[in-house]
Structures are given as C-alpha cells and as structure tokens.
Design a protein around this ligand. Structure first.
Ligand SMILES: *[C@@H]1O[C@H](CO)[C@@H](O)[C@H](O)[C@H]1NC(C)=O
Ligand SMILES: *[C@@H]1O[C@H](CO)[C@@H](O)[C@H](O)[C@H]1NC(C)=O
Length: 247
C-alpha cells in the first residue's frame, strides 16, 4: 500500500496538531434565551446558564497490530482525522497486539505475530510509547510511526516531533526488555478477554460495542456523546444528508 498521496495532508496535520478548532464550549459565554429565562433580576445574567457538569467522552478502543495495512489505514486516515475534529468528546485507547499469540515458555511470555518478528517488536515499541508518554502525545507518536514506511527508523524523528525529551533508547530498552514483555502480555489479556471476541483487525469498539462500518466513526461519536455542547462539526454532519467524506 502506498502512503505517498497522504503525506502532504498528514504532515500538515502533524505539524499543527494543536491548531485545530475547539468546541463551542471554548468560546465566550453568551446569554442564551434559556439562560435569560432562568435569570432573576440582579443575578449576574451575563454569565449565562450555570455550567452543566461535563459529560464523559465517548470511548473508542482500537485493537490492532503494527504492520497490518488495514489497521494503519484506519488509524491514520480515519481515527486520527476524527480525533482532530472531535478530540474533546473522545477517549481513545490503543491496544497493539491484534492477532498475535502468546505462550508461556519457562515463566516468560513469548509472542508470535501475524506479520513476523518485526511486528512483534513494533507492537512492543508502541505499547511502550503509549505507556510512557502523556496520553495525546503517545497517540500522536504512534500515528506518526504508523504512517511511515520504515517504522523502526522513524522512532527517533517521531519522538523528536512530539516528545523530544524522551530518548529513543529509553523506548527501545522498554520494548526489548521485561517491561515490553509485560505490557504485551497485558494487551494479550485485554484482547483475549474481548466479548464478543475480535473477528479481524482493526477491531474497533465504540463505547464497548464493535464498530462494523469504520466510515461511521465520526457520526457515531457525535451521536453517542451525551453533552449538550457538541463540537460544531457534529451539527454540520447531522444536517447534511450526505456521508462525511475524508478524502
Ligand atoms: C479515558 O478512559 C480511561 C480508561 O479507559 C480512563 O481511565 C480515563 O479516566 C478516561 N478519560 C476521560 C477524560 O474520561
Ligand atoms: C526450560 O527450562 C528447563 C530447565 O531450566 C530447560 O531444560 C528447558 O530446555 C527450558 N525450555 C525451553 C523451551 O527453553
């Protein structure tokens, strides 16, 4: 699979990860008709309606393996752009393991991966990134790796971009050592405990339910979010009769 048509678009997004529009909640509070109605004389009506407690974000979990083409496609072209659009209402969990298998050999876990040894190594690298980095930074760094051809060589530049204070050596030490094995074993347990079990990868859960049509991710997240203040994109896709197109 060729990633080259994506690169200009993605590098632009990756270079400006924090420049995305925020939800309406970030804008200046306004006096809504609802707020005015509940306001009595002499109240500080300009502050608008009392803030409601924030609703929990929609949970999106991706069970995947590092070298599977469809996983990379989903992560880079679907999950990542969706996160850029509605990150404030989404809580993403990545579980690198996928169709790997583990067995206990004399007290240590050994893994066999669908795409070979390299995939097992990269699964551990990503598990270590997700464990050691702050949540959004870990996600961005994994997306950065997954969009590259030679992921092993790209650990350094991807860390440089998102977590320059973390050395690639510390991540490799984790990935090749006991900690990487332990993290992978935990991911194996999470994956094996799935009910219903995963049928293929990428296996995506939205609020713990399998998502069968990945193109519905954005609209489903918008729909499931219980908060009253949704990101603007949610109302524009709700009004539009057409499907949202990521191209
Ligand atoms: C996101 O989910 C994780 C576990 O699934 C949880 O520990 C964390 O508190 C959640 N974050 C938010 C902001 O809800
Ligand atoms: C497990 O350990 C035993 C005793 O130390 C050894 O004889 C055996 O070869 C080991 N098995 C494997 C698969 O490494």
């Amino acid at each position: 699979m060729s990633w080259s048509p994506l690169l200009p678009f993605l590098s632009l997004l990756l270079l400006f990860p924090l420049e995305v529009p925020r939800a309406a909640s970030a804008s200046i509070p306004q006096v809504s008709s609802e707020g005015a109605a509940t306001c009595k004389a002499h109240d500080l009506c300009l502050l608008g309606p009392r803030p409601v407690p924030p609703s929990p974000p929609v949970r999106v979990s991706l069970y995947y393996e590092s070298l599977c083409g469809a996983c990379r496609y989903f992560l880079v072209r679907n999950l990542f752009p969706t996160w850029l659009m509605v990150m404030e209402i989404m809580n993403i969990t990545l579980v690198p393991y996928g169709n790997a298998q583990e067995r206990n050999v004399n007290g240590t876990w050994e893994f066999t991966c669908q795409h070979g040894e390299l995939e097992c190594r990269l699964n551990k690298v990503e598990a270590c990134l997700l464990d050691k980095l702050e949540k959004d930074v870990g996600f961005l760094t994994v997306v950065c790796l997954e969009e590259m051809e030679d992921m092993e060589k790209k650990l350094e530049p991807c860390l440089q971009m998102y977590a320059p204070e973390v050395s690639p050596e510390s991540i490799m030490e984790c990935a090749t050592g006991k900690q990487g094995t332990q993290l992978m074993h935990e991911n194996a347990q999470l994956t094996d405990a799935l009910y219903p079990p995963h049928e293929y990868v990428p296996w995506v859960l939205v609020n713990e339910k399998p998502l069968k049509d990945p193109s519905q991710l954005l609209s489903l997240v918008c729909q499931l979010y219980q908060g009253t203040e949704k990101p603007d994109i949610c109302s524009s896709i709700a009004k539009s009769p057409r499907k949202v197109c990521y191209k």
